[in-house]
Design a protein around this ligand. Sequence first.
Ligand code: ADP
Ligand code: ZN
Length: 742
Amino acid sequence: MNIYAVAIPVPLYKTFHYTSDEVLDLGARVEVNFANRRMVGIVWGQTDAHDVEPGILKKLKPVVRVLDQSPIFDETWRALLQWLSEYYQHPLGEVCQTALPVALRKPNGNSQIAAQKYLKLTSFFQSQWDECEDAGVIFKNAGHRVASQQQALFSELAKGPKSFVDIRQGFTKATLDGLAQKSMVTSFEAPIVAGSWQQHADYWANLTHARANVEQALVVTGITSQLEQYGAFLLEGVTGSGKTEVYLQTIANVLAKGQQVLILVPEIGLTPQTVSRFEQRFGIEVGVIHSGLSDAARLSVWQKARAEQIGLVIGTRSAIFTPLPTLGMIIIDEEHDESFKQQDGLKYHARALATMIAHKRNIPLLLGTATPTAESLHNANSGKYQHFTLTQRAGGAVPAALRLVDTSQIPLTAGLADETLKTMQEHLNAGSQVLVFLNRRGYAPAVICQQCGQAQECRACDKPYTYHRAKRKLICHHCTDQVSLVPSCMHCGHANMETEGIGTEQLTAQIDALFPQYNSIRIDSDAMRGKDVLSNTLDAINANDYQILVGTQILAKGHHFANVTCVVIMDVDTALFSPDFRATEKLAQLITQISGRAGRATKPGETLLQTAQPGHPLIQDLLNNGYGHCIRTILHERQANQLPPYTHQALIRAEDPDLNKCLRLLHFAMEQCEQLQSLMLLGPLPCLIEKRQSRYRYQLLLQAEQRGYLHGVLKQLTPSIQAFAQELRIRWSVDVDNIDFS
Ligand code: ADP
Ligand code: ZN
């Protein structure tokens, strides 16, 4: 009989013993009974019977069954998962689960590529297509009415067979059934066809591309000459300087060696436009992984990557867990983006994990951004990263000039100064597009009773509701609670209410009234809901269907609008006074990224920053010296104040409807650390979002000069907090290298 330690997804800091008659592979999934439930665990280690207490030995249960033919996690991945568990103080079983695609978290998920169902045109209709290449004509000749979706799918299939999983990414079942009823298609089963990415070196060398400028060429050759070893590279290149072109040319050199490449991009930056740039350059299938995919589609990419049938994977944060047996390079685009840090469960940073992967596999890691984080710049300064810069916009475009509009003493129309309106008009007159940034969704951020002066608030969060006019709803942006627009005040009952402040919904309406001869479009998560909406809107903007773009954060992520020459940034002053020490860094990144969306060679752009704080040192630094200088100033301040990246932090959060319980848990944690001289404690303090969904949220900050010291403390501390929290029945978490205090 063999005894195995199995990692099971439960919030406990240990593995569990099971027996098996067979010898099991480490890293394989097994189905086990745990507390009367069937669960999927990972075989983590073999244990000698002498190491288990005799009393317990007799009670050990057998593994129910083995789920994989070959282990899911190889030795390298097991070491990485162990590291994640220890570094982020997160239970190993839950770490393993996070690393698995959702479809494999259940016993029936299949890690091998199964034969897939494919669809193709019947030979009769394929020959029809070969004659005229027009689905419309073929439908008409066959006596069918126009059916645009069916015709679109028909045209897709004319290019070759497609798997059902792939088809269902773009088409509904009704469309598919429509073609079947017309007897235009047949289905068949086959294993997935092997990828076509493994080409001769000549193929990659002969791809057509722009000629790299001197700065670009230095980066490409610099990295390419160090492909067979670990190296981290920070590519600091102003927006539009050709970072993506550098990625493309470097990637070609890795693919040419028969090695796979992984590219991580921010959550909202991954659009079909991004993917097609890679597909078009290389002419190969690109595996795409993001949160909007179905579990089946995700699994399909995971399987293909693991079977080396695709060479290039682009994805958001969780794509870092894609198994790529011949991985040759990792790229993180927009490395400053906060979406690379997971905020719940295992609170890992994809950049930190990428560094570990690159280390273990002896491959390069390339971090690209126009606005490097203080952390990454510090690593470049200290020699941990090799530092490359691209200072010029490719193709000769000049960066948008930043201009301040002092709003402290003047009346505003729809939140906009007269000077701003006048400048917008000038750019519109010249045939250009204008982008207006306001990071507040909805119609108005508050509804105030004119009788008692109180805002209508979400009781669960103690925060004002945001008014959404089109939906006729008050929505809490903290917990998504919705209530119908109430005619009378929830506090005093009077029916005399007015909105206060302005959100994107109202701003767009007012801009339509101010500029009636132009089309505007609102780009925020309310307006861009649904598949392909954002992507289609981006296309429409580039086709000049809209002249004025009003939007939130989404606009700051990676999209380039060649015809935008004027960017207006509204209402960012609150960040200047935030208690979060990273707020100024994030604001400088935001302003720089948004203004980077504008301008091309023929039409120089300008950015208007409306602020009531024109004299603020950060604003002045950014205005006069640019982001590169600004972030270096911020680094000096961090050093002077003993803040990260010069020190290391971890945040312990407690959440409960009972405020006292939160405080008890955090005080307990403090007592455990009382004797520690080298640890700085701050708290308990309310989180920036003090209450959410009826739970109070409090935090305790731990800070130490040495990372190793902090981890030593956490290792002792977390199991005892876990035990006490269980006794108190309170929700808690630890966030290592936290990037915010919300
Ligand atoms: P970034 O990723 O830094 O924003 P891109 O790689 O998207 O920059 O480049 C911006 C634009 O400049 C793109 O249209 C790209 O095709 C073009 N470009 C990049 N490098 C060159 C080059 N060496 N010569 C000419 N055009 C280039
Ligand atoms: Zn709420």
